[in-house]
Design a protein around this ligand. Structure first.
Ligand code: NAG
Ligand code: NAG
Ligand code: NAG
Ligand code: NAG
Length: 457
């Protein structure tokens, strides 16, 4: 009787579990025809200025190889875009007035990036006014990333060179809300960026597009630019780039902290900087140009990333600092002490997207805020990334709107990462296509990525 009772109990429990499952079904919208994906990205800046010589790190971030981290194999993120921070700091003294850079008391030294233009005299972009040897580590990471296949370089600046700032402090204006670039230096800031772009195209093996930041925090480089100032600099920058033969280099602005601010700034632009009120309507491309938060579990990342993909519709998505502290990072590091620690679960959450949604794929709407799809025309592959915020349940995908799907019963590969802790990009080959449907069982807060072959859009 004992075993029978046990069996009965087990069955009862199974039934109970089954009845609490809430199945969800999503239909991939093949007509959604979103943007062609440009790539995933990180800003180099501080982490690269500290660790730019490290080949292990460039392999982890800029290839799809399995690269070792502290003797553990780590699936590479395959980032395609590198965002290079044109620095605003330098330690030289400008004579005859014995002018030197002002450093805020709270400034963290590893957050000041060395700039190339050392003093306001300018005859040609060469010594003694320009120092192309500076910032060797960030440049090293850029060239290693380019060698590994990163094919878009974005040049960005957080502040113009300190000596163009009213207070000679590249961490922002006194008070932070007023313009810190002297009006007669708007043109110089454009010259600065255009000159670096030109030098990079001739010497660094990559031709950048340019952008800059509008904001201010005293611990690092930053500078408030009024919308009118930005529009002014954009105008100058276009002409300075063109006069250097860089007509193809795209200028992007404005790089804001908050979505609402971005729309407000865009609305204030005029003349040659017009980007119309609403981004999508203007026929411009939008990048999520700096994503960061301090949640190492990956929960906020997956939630924000999926919302961005569905509603903001960027063509590139830039993680701010892949190495940092306090949960802001994918891999823990101390840029001042130059030590590297553990890999956060957030790394694997991002890998569920970045390793599978690749440059050139078309983003498709997956029918909900908890999933996104991408289609690769060349190899006829469909990628779906899904998170389950609910209790344990099956999530189904209906592919019936595609012209064709693979043969019934064909194997679909899937990868699993558990938010917080647990599975980290674990690969499974246990899911089959059933007619035009696929489904999988999800734990709560589980991210799964599916790759379906033989799909015709
Ligand atoms: C140029 O940069 C290099 C590397 O940071 C530094 O060693 C050198 O002193 C700089 N030269 C000048 C003139 O500032
Ligand atoms: C640029 O400045 C903003 C605001 O000060 C800050 O959030 C961002 O991290 C800075 N980036 C760099 C590269 O300094
Ligand atoms: C797919 O194959 C399964 C198992 O062989 C079968 O039960 C099912 O009816 C097939 N579905 C379609 C749509 O052909
Ligand atoms: C891109 C763009 O709008 N360019 C314009 C900038 O302004 C000049 C002079 O007004 C025009 O000729 C360009 O077409």
């Amino acid at each position: 009787m004992g075993p029978a009772l046990l069996l009965h109990l087990t069955t009862g429990l199974t039934l109970l579990t089954t009845t609490t499952l809430i199945d969800l079904t999503n239909t991939i919208d093949t007509t959604s025809n979103r943007e062609i994906w440009k790539g995933w990205d990180t800003s180099l800046a501080w982490w690269a200025a500290a660790f730019g010589q490290r080949d292990d790190l460039v392999n982890i971030f800029f290839t799809l190889r399995t690269a070792p981290h502290q003797s553990q194999p780590l699936p590479g993120l395959g980032l395609a875009i590198a965002r290079y921070n044109a620095g605003a700091s330098s330690s030289n003294i400008i004579n005859p007035s014995n002018t030197r850079m002002i450093v805020s008391p709270s400034t963290i030294p590893s957050r000041l990036i060395s700039g190339f233009w050392l003093r306001w005299t300018y005859s040609s972009p060469s010594p003694p006014s320009w120092n192309w040897s500076t910032d060797p580590n960030q440049r090293a990471m850029l060239s290693k990333a380019t060698a590994r296949g990163a094919n878009i370089l974005e040049l960005f600046s957080n502040s113009s060179m300190w000596w163009t700032c009213k207070n000679h402090n590249p961490s922002g204006s006194d008070g932070g809300k007023s313009d810190n670039v002297q009006s007669w230096n708007h043109r110089n800031h454009a010259v600065y960026l255009a000159t670096i772009a030109k030098y990079a195209s001739e010497n660094w093996g990559s031709e950048p597009s340019a952008t800059w930041w509008n904001g201010k925090i005293g611990t690092q480089e930053g500078c408030h630019f009024d919308a009118s100032t930005q529009a002014d600099v954009v105008g100058y920058l276009r002409s300075k780039l063109n006069s250097r033969g860089l007509q193809q280099t795209i200028i992007s602005a404005s790089d804001e902290s908050h979505y609402d601010e971005a729309v407000a700034t865009l609305n204030k632009f005029s003349g040659n900087a017009t980007v119309m009120g609403v981004i999508a309507r203007a026929g411009k491309k939008l990048w999520q140009s700096e994503y960061g938060e301090a949640d190492a579990t990956g929960k906020r990342l997956v939630s924000n990333l999926l919302l961005d993909m569905r509603w903001l519709r960027p063509t590139a998505w830039v993680y701010w600092q892949v190495l940092d502290g306090g949960g802001w990072e994918l891999i823990e590091a101390d840029n001042n002490r130059k030590t590297i620690g553990q890999v956060n679960q957030k790394y694997f959450v991002l890998a569920q997207f970045a390793r599978h949604i690749r440059p050139g794929m078309r983003i498709l709407d997956a029918g909900s805020d908890y999933a996104i799809a991408a289609y690769d025309h060349q190899v006829r592959k469909l990628v779906i990334v899904v998170v389950n915020w609910g209790d344990v349940q099956y999530i189904n995908f209906d592919l019936s709107r595609f012209g064709a799907v693979g043969t019934n019963g064909s194997t679909i590969k899937r990868w699993v990462t558990q938010i917080g802790s647990g599975s980290r990009c674990v690969e499974h080959s246990d899911t089959q296509l059933s007619g035009t449907k696929l489904w999988s069982r999800f734990e709560k807060k589980m991210v799964q990525t599916f790759e379906v072959s033989g799909v015709v859009l």
